[in-house]
Design a protein around this ligand. Structure first.
Ligand code: ADP
Ligand code: MG
Length: 682
C-alpha cells in the first residue's frame, strides 16, 4: 500500500507549513493522518429551539441574523462583534472575540447553524464564540462531530478538513490487515468502514462498530508483536549453565531468605539451565528484597564463569547497589566494579579493560553498561532494576548487540494482572508477594496544609528519638518546559531551616545537581548526618535509609497513586515504626479517593488496581515506559473482553502459522509497529 505512505504535505489543503505543525502530532503521511483518531465526539445532530435552551448546556440552534452585527474595539487586543439571531421562538445574543472580520460575514436575514455552550439567563440566553456554518452547507453541525487532540497551529477545523481529504484520497487503497477469516469469525467490520466511522460516524451504532474493530485490531497486532519478540529470543541459544549449589550464598547472608525470595531464585536457576536465554520479570513490592534475588542470579552466573551487568535507572541507585552488594559478593569471590558517569577516566579505562579481559565478574551502573564502548569477555546475565524505565526495545537491542545473555528484570511497580498479560507478554513472571519478617505497615495520613504545625511537631519528636525524615515537594513549574525543581526544593529547605527547624540538620537534593553532589547529600543522609532531606522524586526509586521513619509529601495531588506508593516505600525499611503524611488541599474527588486509597492499604498490588481504575492504563502502558506501541483506541479498563477475544484470535493464528510467513503483509505491519516504537525511543 505505497499510497498510504504519501507524504501528508501532498494532501489537499496541507502544504509545507501545515505539514510541520501536523508533524508535531505524529502525522507525517496519509496512514498516520487517517490513524489520528478523535479523542471525543460531539453530538451536533438536531437543532433546538432557542426558547428551549437551558443555561449551561451545549447545543445547536438554527438562527436568522436579526440585526446588523456591531463591532467594537475595547482596547488593543480586544475586539468584539455582537449580533442577535432569532428563530420563531426567541432571540439569542452572540458575542465573538477578536474576529472583527465576522462583522461583514453575517448578513441580516441569513440563516446559520450555531453550536456552542449556552450562557446568560433563562430570559436572555447568549453564546460566546459559537461554531457556525450556513444552513445550506452544513459540515460541522447536524452530525456527530469528531474532536481531535490539538497542538499549536492545528485547529479542529483544519484536522477535520484534512482528515476528510485524507480518507477520500486513500479509501480505495485501504487493504484490510486482518485476515478475512479472523474478521468474519469475530464479526468485525471492514477497515474502510472502520476508518470512515471512527472519524465521521453516521450514528452511535456505526461508531461502536468502527471502534470495536479498531480496538480488536490494535490488541491483535500487539499480541502478535509480543509473540514475535518472544519467539525471536526463544530461537536463540543462551549461555547455558550448570546447576549451582546455593548453600555458600545462603550462608553468606545476614538473614534467611523469605519463601517468596527462594521461589524466585528457583525460577531463575531453572531458567538459566535451559537452552534459551532467561527472560524473567521479578515483580515485588518495595522492600520485598529483590536485590538479594538479583545477587543470587549473579552468584549463579559467576559460578558458571559468566559475567553479569546490573543496571539501575539512576546513578544514586547504581551506587547504592554497589555499596550494598559488593561487600557480600566480594566475600564470595565475585569481583565487582561500579561504572557510572562519575567514574574518573583512569578508573573507567581500567574497569573497561578488566571487563573485556574477564577479571571483573559484575559491573554495576546505568544503561551506559550496554553502550558500544563497553565490551565483555562473556556477558551471561543482565539484570535491570525498575522495569518501568527499561523497555521492550532495549531488551531487543541487547540481542542485536550479538549477545544473548540471560535477562532478569526487577520491578517494584506492581502491575495489575490484566495489564501484565499484555505489557509483559514476552516475559516470564515471578511474583514476590511476601515481605521479610518484622516489617511493620507504614501508618499513612492524608491531611490539609493547615496541619503543618502539627506535622512539624511530630517530625521534631521523631528526630529527637534519633530518626530521620524525607520531605518531598513536587516541581514548581514556572512555564511548561522549564520545571524548576531546584527552586522548589532549595527554597523549601531554606524556609524550614530558618523558620521552623533552626536547630536541625536539613539538606536538599534534586535532579539538577551533579551526580557527585547528589551522591554526597545522599551519603550524608544515609550516614545519619542529616535529619531532614528535602527532595524531589529523585529518591523515588530504591534508595535505602533504614533509619528514615517519616515520609512527608507536600502537594500530594501532584503525584500519581503508584508514585506515592513508591515514595512511601522509602521509609519503613528498618526496624523503626514509620509514617507517611500526605499533604493536600485539593478536594477534587479523584484526589480524595487516591489519598484515601493510600491511607487504607500498604499493598502495592491493591494500589496498582486502584490506580488503574482512577487513571486508566495510560501510565502503565505508555510507549515511553515499556517500549510497546501505545494504544490509540483500546482502553484496557473497559475493553478487557475484546482483549481476550483478540488475544485468542492471535493465538489461533500463531498456532497455524507461527512465524506469520503465510501472512506476509500482516507480519510486515507488526514488525513496523514494533520497530517504529524502538526507533522513537532514545
Ligand atoms: P526491594 O525489593 O525494594 O529492592 P531490597 O532488596 O532493597 O528491596 O530490600 C529491602 C531491605 O530488606 C534491604 O535492607 C535488605 O537487606 C533487606 N532484606 C532483604 N531480604 C531480606 C530477608 N529475607 N530478611 C530480612 N531482610 C531482608
Ligand atoms: Mg530495589
Amino acid at each position: 500500500m505505497p499510497e498510504l505512505h504519501t507524504d501528508v504535505r501532498y494532501v489537499k489543503g496541507v502544504g509545507e507549513a501545515r505539514a510541520k505543525s501536523l508533524e508535531k502530532l505524529g502525522i507525517t503521511d496519509l496512514k498516520s493522518l487517517i490513524s489520528y483518531f478523535p479523542r471525543a465526539y460531539e453530538d451536533r445532530r438536531g437543532c433546538k429551539k432557542i426558547a428551549d435552551l437551558t443555561v449551561g448546556e451545549t447545543a445547536c440552534v438554527c438562527g436568522t441574523v436579526a440585526s446588523e452585527p456591531r463591532a467594537s474595539h475595547i482596547r488593543k487586543g480586544l475586539d468584539l462583534v455582537k449580533l442577535r439571531v432569532v428563530d420563531e421562538t426567541a432571540a439569542l445574543e452572540l458575542t465573538y472575540f477578536n474576529q472583527a472580520y465576522l462583522k461583514s460575514t453575517f448578513r441580516t436575514g441569513e440563516t446559520y447553524i450555531f453550536y456552542g455552550s449556552v450562557e446568560g439567563t433563562p430570559h436572555r440566553v447568549q453564546m460566546t464564540n459559537p461554531i457556525f456554518e450556513r444552513e445550506d452547507a452544513r459540515q460541522v453541525t447536524g452530525r456527530i462531530v469528531p474532536i481531535y487532540p490539538l497542538t499549536a497551529g492545528v485547529s479542529q477545523s483544519l484536522l477535520y478538513k484534512v482528515i476528510r481529504q485524507g480518507l477520500d484520497a486513500c479509501a480505495d487503497d485501504l487493504g484490510d490487515i486482518l485476515p478475512d477469516d479472523v474478521r468474519l469469525a469475530h464479526s468485525l467490520c471492514h477497515v474502510r468502514y472502520a476508518y470512515e466511522n471512527i472519524h465521521f460516524p453516521i450514528d452511535e451504532n456505526a461508531l461502536a462498530i468502527a471502534r470495536r474493530r479498531l480496538v480488536f485490531e490494535e490488541l491483535f497486532l500487539l499480541t502478535l508483536g509480543l509473540h514475535l519478540l518472544r519467539s525471536h529470543r526463544s530461537g536463540v541459544q543462551g549461555p547455558r549453565c550448570k546447576s549451582v549449589n546455593f548453600q555458600g550464598f545462603y550462608d553468606a547472608l545476614p538473614f534467611s531468605l523469605t519463601n517468596a525470595q527462594r521461589r524466585a531464585i528457583d525460577d531463575i536457576a531453572r531458567d538459566m539451565t535451559q537452552d534459551r536465554p532467561m527472560n524473567r520479570l521479578v515483580q515485588g513490592d518495595v522492600g520485598s528484597g529483590k536485590t538479594m534475588i538479583a545477587a543470587a542470579a549473579i552468584f549463579f552466573a559467576a559460578k558458571n564463569g559468566l559475567q553479569s551487568a546490573l543496571m539501575a535507572p539512576t546513578e544514586i541507585l547504581a551506587e547504592q547497589h554497589y555499596h550494598s552488594l559488593a561487600p557480600l559478593l566480594e566475600r564470595l569471590g565475585i569481583r565487582c566494579a561500579l561504572l557510572t558517569a562519575a567514574t574518573g577516566a583512569r578508573t573507567r579505562r581500567s574497569v573497561l579493560e578488566q571487563l573485556s579481559s574477564g577479571e571483573i565478574d559484575l559491573a554495576i551502573g546505568t544503561h551506559a553498561l550496554l553502550s558500544a564502548d563497553v565490551s565483555y569477555r562473556c556477558l551471561g546475565l543482565v539484570v535491570t532494576d525498575e522495569q518501568h524505565r527499561f523497555g521492550v526495545s532495549q531488551r531487543a537491542s541487547l540481542s542485536q548487540k550479538g549477545e544473548n545473555p540471560h535477562l532478569l528484570v526487577m520491578s517494584a511497580t506492581p502491575i495489575p494482572r490484566t495489564l501484565a498479560l499484555m505489557i509483559y507478554g514476552d516475559l516470564d513472571v515471578s511474583v514476590v508477594d511476601e515481605l521479610p519478617p518484622g516489617r511493620q505497615s507504614i501508618d499513612t495520613f492524608a491531611v490539609k496544609s493547615d496541619y503543618h504545625p502539627r506535622i512539624y511537631a511530630f517530625l521534631r519528636k521523631l528526630v529527637a528519638e534519633g530518626r530521620q525524615a524525607y520531605i518531598v515537594c513536587p516541581m514548581v513549574t514556572e512555564n511548561d518546559d522549564l520545571p524548576d525543581e531546584r527552586k522548589a526544593v532549595t527554597q523549601y529547605a531554606q524556609k524550614l531551616q530558618t523558620e521552623v527547624f533552626p536547630d536541625l540538620r536539613i539538606a536538599a537534593i534534586h535532579g539538577k545537581m551533579k551526580p557527585k553532589e547528589k551522591d554526597a547529600v545522599m551519603r550524608a543522609f544515609a550516614a545519619g548526618e542529616t535529619d531532614i532531606l528535602v527532595s524531589t522524586t529523585v529518591i523515588e526509586v530504591g534508595v535505602d535509609v533504614p533509619n528514615a521513619a517519616l515520609m512527608l509529601i507536600e502537594n500530594a495531588e501532584c503525584f500519581g497513586l503508584s508514585q506515592l506508593h513508591q515514595l512511601r516505600g522509602r521509609v519503613g525499611r528498618g526496624r523503626h515504626k514509620s509514617y507517611c503524611v500526605l499533604v493536600s488541599d485539593n478536594t477534587g474527588e479523584d484526589n480524595v479517593q487516591r489519598l484515601r486509597a493510600m491511607t487504607q492499604t500498604n499493598n502495592g498490588f491493591t494500589i496498582a488496581e486502584e490506580d488503574l481504575k482512577l487513571r486508566g492504563p495510560g501510565d502503565f502502558f505508555g510507549s515511553r515506559q515499556h517500549g510497546l506501541p501505545s494504544l490509540k483506541v483500546a482502553d484496557l479498563t473497559c475493553d478487557l473482553e475484546l482483549l481476550h477475544e483478540a488475544k485468542s484470535a492471535a493465538e489461533t493464528l500463531i498456532a497455524q502459522d507461527a512465524d506469520l510467513s503465510a501472512h506476509a503483509a500482516l507480519k510486515t505491519h507488526v514488525e513496523e509497529l514494533f520497530t517504529l516504537t524502538q526507533s522513537s525511543m532514545n
